[in-house]
Structures are given as C-alpha cells and as structure tokens.
Design a protein around this ligand. Structure first.
Ligand SMILES: [Zn+2]
Length: 535
C-alpha cells in the first residue's frame, strides 16, 4: 500500500484520526525534503496580542539547549517544578535527536562535575572562534517573582545543586558546552542557525547565562523559547491568586514581546509524528510543593494550589487520607486550606482517563514552641552515646569528618545553627546518632528543637552540599517511640518536641537518623533541649 492509498484507507476508516495521520504524513514528507515548519508565537509589545507566523528550517540546522536542569534548588517548590517538567523534556529531546537536531545540555555552575563525560570532553577539542557581536539585545526589566514558590514560609537562598536532574536522559551524541564561545563552537561544527531553548529558570538563566538565549541571539542565532518546557524563577501568593504557573506565563509573554518567539515543543513534535500523545508525562503541580523527603513545615494554615497548565480542561481529583486518587475522588475546585499535617495525593482526569502522573504533597504542622528546659541535656551525663562510625569493643571510632556529640556546639565545633537562627544550648551530632539519658522522677517533660545544622551554608552558600542534609529525629522512652520529626532538610524550620514523661519511666533515647538517602552531610542539632521539672 503506498502512502496515498494508505491515507485514503485511513480516511475510509475514521474521519478524525485520518486528518491527524495525513497531517503527520505530510509533515514527515516535509522532513524528508529536509525542512520542518515551526509555528512561532510573538506578541505585540503594546497590546500583548499573540501573533503567529511559520518558519521553515532544516532540523539539522537546529540546536536544542537545555539550560540548568539541576538536581536541586534552594526552593523546594522550584525543585519539584523542575522534576515535573523533566519527563516531557526527555520526550522532547528524544524527538529532537530523531529529527537530527543537536542537543546541548548546559548545567551551568556545576558543569565541571561532568569532567570525563565524553559530552563535555569533546567540547574542548572543538576549534575556537571569536564570537561575533551582531545584535544588541535589550528588553524592559523582566518580571521576577523572587525564586521561592512556597508562600509565607519562604525558602532561604543556597547553592546546593551538584549536577543535572538524575532522570534527565543524556545521549552519547549530546554536547555539554558551558559558555557562549563553547556553544558557538558547537554551532559552527554543525552549521546551526536556529537554537531552541528549554530549561530553567526562564528569566534568570535563559536570559542571563553565558550560553543563554540573550547571549546567542546577540551572536546572530535565531533563538526560540519552548514555552512548554520552561519554568520561570517562581513565586506564589495565594492571597492574590498569583501562582507559579501564572508567573511563568507572564515571563513567557515578556519573551514573546521583546526577546524571542516561542513554540510549543510538544505541538511541533506532534506535527511530525514525534510526540506520543498517549504517554502521560506531566504530574499535577502543587504549590507549595512539600514532599515526604522535603516537607513543607508551617505554623498557621496554608493555602495549597493544584494546577495542570498543560492539560487545559482536565479535572484534578485528590485525596487527603493517603489513598490513590481516582476519577471519583474529591474534585479540586479552589485552593485547599491545609491546617494540619497532611499527605495530599492528586491526579488529573479527562473523560475518566488519567491525563497526569500522580503527585504527592506533604505538609507538616509545627507544634507550639516548647518551654525552655530546667535541665539542658548538655549538662547531663549520657547513659549511652553512639554515632556515625565504627564500633569496636564498645568504643565508637567516629568516621572521617565527624565528631562525638558536642556540647553547646555544632558537631564540627561551630555555633549551633538551625534555619537562620543560632542557639547557645544544645548538642551537635552527626546522624546516625543516639544519646540516651536516665530519667529522674522530677522530670516532667522532654522539650527541645531539632534540625539540620546550617553551618555548611557558610561554605560558599552551601555550594554543592546543601541538597544533602536530611535527618529524622526520634524520641524513645523505655524503648518505645514517643515522638518523631518529619524529614528535616537544610534551612527547614526547627522541629519542636514537647514530650510528656510517663510516671516511672527510666530511659529516654534521643535519635538523629539518616532519612533513607544516605548520611552524607547529615549534621544535626538538638537545640534548647532538656527536661522541664515538676513544680
Ligand atoms: Zn520555596
């Protein structure tokens, strides 16, 4: 059956599918002729009205640049929003490679962690050229929402990322240039004329980085932003319905008005039969997006927003009892008020079919700040003290860069510090660690604060390290669990313990545990911890 007969046969079978399929066949025919046709969107700078135009290009002349698809961000919600886009990014990059486009993965700041990767090493062997400055690229100030999309409980800045998102697929034929000159060298090698930008965060890195859109546009390349594969430096203010998606929309419009046309990468690939529409790639987005490994801690009730910007018209269903969300779970209609520790699960459906991957949100409410103790644990002799190391004959040889528990100091001898606050009293440990104390009849309650020690932020703002600390604190009384924290990360609000001591109890164990992802940098502080006496 030749192509025309096949198309006619399809037309005879089904109307709608036939249109799609014949459109695909025509598009594929165009690829064979060496060109594809992009639908570019710009906006009138004064009215904001969208303007569509088409442009033909040989895909072999097109580079795709993935900017800063990092494995971590100081804002937990920003981190999860990158995580949410990686599956569609993988599908798009796979399609781009099949079309013969050159894929460049550019994790600025951390590219030197990729020495030895052929994708990086090959860049150094390319001929070097002076980059022409052909165009002055300017625009009015870009809207910037600040970078944290967690609402009232704002994340503090650190530089914790140390690589690309672990799920981002890297192909043997990809390249890892880092600077304008390196991207230029790759472009010269393949004769590239067009660059499609994907990645994060739109107005900061795509604009400001040396291999970013602005720099390459000034060097004379036709630069295009994939509006469905990017996320702006986010913000979230539920009181005025300002969501991270709205922020991205505004930033994309700014690009369309002043900087570059955009495409829907998904639609472009779908036109060419390179996007599997049946494959579900996007999770429901959550703001603020705490997870069990990086909880959103709060004191006052929070407003949680769920969105599916790439599945317009779909219905979001959610559960709050830990069960799997289905098409008959409660329907999301407006931001949810969360006032207690909650695990949210959400998915989106269209015609009863799941059109989104399931998402998890985890929010943990802090108890009231406990009283100061009458007896600090640092002033009491522990009945048992064990930690991260190698036990031999009942003695712990502490591992490498860790110390035995330290009184009134962090484990490495600095001040005790949790979430931007210093404490005079407490014990600095490295998880896993247990301190056990004998309970006296006059002890009424155990009180204290606990959190990941923040001193590593003082080393180059936590460069490459801030993603690592993750500690769970537990209190045991006579071997039975009495209280526990959720996973505590760098710059989490301190967890608050206020544990009644049962009459006749003999031993209390204070544990700092690894959260299940390895104990690297798991420095942990018990602050203002001790016993309140009976009056
Ligand atoms: Zn945040």
């Amino acid at each position: 059956m030749n192509r025309q007969t096949f198309a006619r046969w399809i037309v005879a079978r089904t109307g709608r599918a036939a249109l799609t399929l014949s459109a695909c066949l025509l598009a594929v025919a165009r690829v064979r002729a060496g060109e594809i046709e992009l639908t570019l969107q710009t906006r009138d700078p004064s009215t904001g009205k969208a303007i569509l135009a088409t442009e033909k290009v040989d895909p072999k002349r097109v580079g795709v640049i993935a900017v800063d698809v990092w494995n971590w961000h100081w804002c937990k919600t920003a981190t999860m929003r990158v995580d949410a886009i990686v599956p569609r990014l993988n599908q798009a990059l796979a399609g781009a490679r099949e079309l013969g486009m050159t894929v460049m993965l550019c994790p600025s700041d951390v590219v030197d962690n990729y020495v030895g990767y052929p994708q990086r090493e090959a860049v150094f062997a390319l001929p070097k050229f002076a980059v022409p400055s052909l165009l002055e690229v300017t625009c009015p100030p870009v809207p910037d929402a600040g970078g944290c999309a967690c609402g009232r409980e704002r994340c503090a800045v650190s530089y914790g990322w140390d690589g690309m998102h672990p799920a981002l697929h890297m192909d043997d034929a990809d390249w890892m240039p880092d600077t304008q000159a390196e991207v230029y060298a790759v472009c010269r090698k393949f004769g590239l004329t067009h660059l499609i930008y994907v990645g994060f965060h739109t107005q900061v890195c795509l604009l400001g980085k040396s291999m970013g859109l602005k720099a390459m546009k000034s060097a004379g390349f036709r630069c295009v932003l994939a509006r469905d594969m990017t996320d702006a430096h986010p913000g979230y203010d539920p009181a005025r319905n300002f969501t991270p998606d709205l922020n991205t929309e505004q930033v994309v419009e700014h690009f369309e008005k002043y900087l570059a046309p955009t495409i829907s990468f998904q639609q472009e690939l779908a036109k060419l039969g390179k996007w599997d529409a049946a494959r579900v790639v996007d999770p429901v987005r959550i703001a603020p997006w705490g997870t069990s490994m990086r909880p959103h801690l709060f004191e006052e009730p929070i407003s949680v927003t769920l969105t599916t910007p790439l599945q317009p018209g779909s219905e979001i269903h959610y559960t709050l009892d830990g069960s799997t969300p289905t098409a008959v779970s409660p329907l999301y209609t407006k931001p949810l008020v969360v006032s207690d520790t909650t695990r949210l699960r959400a998915s989106a459906f269209s015609g009863g079919r799941a059109v989104c991957l399931e998402s998890e949100g985890f929010f943990a409410r802090l108890a009231a700040t406990p009283a100061m103790p009458d007896r600090f644990i640092g002033d009491l002799p522990p009945a048992r003290s064990v930690g991260f190391g190698h036990s031999y004959g009942g003695v712990v040889r502490y591992s490498g860069n860790t110390q035995p528990p330290q009184k009134d100091k962090s484990n490495l001898g600095q001040e005790l510090r949790i979430n931007r606050q210093s404490y005079q009293h407490g014990i600095g440990v490295h998880a896993p660690c247990e301190l056990m104390y004998e309970l006296k009849p006059e002890y009424q309650r155990f009180v204290g604060l606990a959190g990941a020690d923040e001193n590593l932020i003082r080393i180059s703002n936590g460069s490459n390290l801030a993603k690592y600390p993750s500690v769970v604190f537990k209190v045991f009384i006579d071997g039975k669990p009495a209280a526990a924290s959720p996973v505590m990360c760098i710059q989490s609000l301190a967890w608050r313990f206020d544990v009644p001591i049962p009459e006749g109890a003999k031993l209390i164990g204070l544990v700092a545990m690894d959260a299940g992802d390895g104990s690297r940098e798991d420095f942990a502080d018990w602050a203002n911890a001790g016993f309140v006496l009976k009056r």
